[in-house]
Design a protein around this ligand. Structure first.
Ligand code: SF4
Length: 442
């Protein structure tokens, strides 16, 4: 079968992290590798980087089947693509997968979408391509807890490769070494994808995959890479044994960093360059409410350890829905005190599929169907103490006061060079412009 896989471009309403990062469509590369192995002819189109329409690519490649994937913010874009595809040829099978499809398949119910892959997407996709599967199988099968598939087909996005980056990590390649997360933070969507289960690939398998990666920058996209100290030490042993020299960006929890400085140092010696840490808050009560199993002291210790070993900390924070000006000020002072250079501020977002959604669904100011605004940057729940306009204003001010100052600019230029700092600043400016529009609209 001829199969076209499309990664969607975000809707123009979506506040765009693509201004500071565009990562390769790893999930489509997995699909491509698996389907190609079984004799299908697969092409990947990355619509973030392509200007031509979906219809253009459908006419060009004449697929029998098209696979689309995305997050919640892509739901309406994906439906539009499906309409475009069927308009060109109504016999093309349209299939939707991805993390949101797995947790909320009902959101993709549409006359132009033939299949929504709720579980075991690779096998389900292959089953449809081989014409040997029915809907019940796709929708009801229990999620698998192993991962025995070919390495991602990175060749299929070769022409886009140079344009993939994550902030200062240019030409970065993605790799996934584990699935799910053993923790249970109340706001988190990640754990819903694997039905609250966690499983990790063997270190040997990961090393074999790393050996196939040409790029130096590697982004390990596990929900929580810093989890098992023994596994991480084994990972370092193998990197040293195989003489693999790369630079890594990973996700990790503050409590692990605080309790395992030796492991962190060893990872640093083996290329760890930056950690995205869900610090979430400087307030212990909020952390407790999120079931984060961490506190502000642990957060402070983790940030200090990363600093000591010259590992960049990308701190992510949740802005409470009951915040007033003082709360924004308190977080600003705390970020400044700790000297965190890069922050990502997310208004509390009860994503559909999480327990939080049911608790907040009566307080939404953005309808679920306005999917493009569910981007972790729009305010979707009405703030309880201040107006929506003020909330956006304080968010913008918090970004500016913590990230934009001469000292930080000099630090970035020295560490990452003038051009990369300039590019990132332009991207951040674009994101801020989108926020400013929200503020003006109220
Ligand atoms: S530690 Fe991170 S990935 Fe794990 S449940 Fe909490 S927020 Fe989600």
């Amino acid at each position: 079968m001829r199969i076209l896989l499309i990664r969607p471009k975000p809707h123009k309403e979506t506040i765009g992290l693509q201004n500071v990062m565009i990562c390769e469509p790893l999930e489509l590369e997995y699909v491509s590798a698996y389907l190609s192995k079984h004799g299908h002819d697969v092409t990947i189109v990355d619509k973030i980087l392509e200007r031509k329409s979906v219809a253009h690519f459908v006419k060009k490649y004449k697929p029998d089947m098209v696979g689309l994937t995305g997050y919640i913010s892509h739901v309406n874009v994906i439906k539009k693509y499906a309409e475009e595809i069927k308009k060109v040829n109504k016999d093309i099978i349209v299939c939707v997968g991805g993390v949101h499809a797995e947790v909320c398949p009902e959101d993709f119910s549409h006359e132009c979408i033939d299949y929504v892959l709720k579980a075991n997407a690779l096998d389900a996709f292959l089953g449809i391509a081989d014409n040997r599967i029915d809907m019940t199988n796709i929708l009801e099968k229990e999620k698998s807890q192993t991962f025995c598939y070919p390495f991602p087909d990175r060749e299929k996005v070769k022409k886009y490769r140079k344009k993939y980056y994550y902030m200062f990590h240019r030409n970065c390649t993605l790799i996934k070494t584990s699935f799910g997360c053993p923790y249970n933070c109340s706001f988190c969507f990640c754990r819903e994808i694997t039905d609250n289960k966690y499983f990790a690939r063997s270190v040997e398998d990961i090393i074999n995959e790393l050996k196939t990666i040409k790029e130096e920058e590697v982004y390990i996209v596990d929900d929580n890479f810093l989890f098992n100290a023994n596994r991480l030490n084994h990972f370092c042993d193998m990197l040293e044994k195989e003489n693999i020299k790369k630079r890594y960006l990973v996700y990790g929890r503050a409590d692990f960093i605080a309790e395992n400085e030796e492991v962190v140092k060893r990872l640093k010696d083996n290329g760890l360059r930056a950690v995205i840490v869900g610090l979430e808050s400087c307030d212990d009560k909020m952390l407790e409410g999120y079931n984060k199993k961490s506190n502000s002291k642990i957060n402070e210790k983790a940030v200090a350890i990363l600093k000591k070993h010259n590992i960049e900390c990308y701190g992510t924070f949740i802005l409470g829905i009951d915040w007033d000006r003082e709360d924004f000020k308190k977080l600003k002072e705390w970020i400044k005190k700790l000297g965190i250079t890069f922050v990502n501020l997310q208004p509390f977002t009860p994503l559909p599929g999480t327990d939080m959604y049911d608790l907040y669904k009566d307080k939404l100011i953005v309808k679920r169907e306005e999917y493009e605004k569910w981007d972790m940057a729009h305010l979707v729940v009405r703030p309880t103490k201040i107006s929506v306009r003020k909330y956006y204003l304080y968010t913008i001010l918090l970004y500016y006061s913590t990230m934009v100052n001469p000292k930080k600019s000099i630090y970035m230029i020295k560490k990452y060079g003038l051009m990369d700092t300039l590019k990132l600043s332009i991207g951040a400016f674009k994101v801020n412009m989108q926020y400013l529009k929200k503020f003006l609209k109220g």
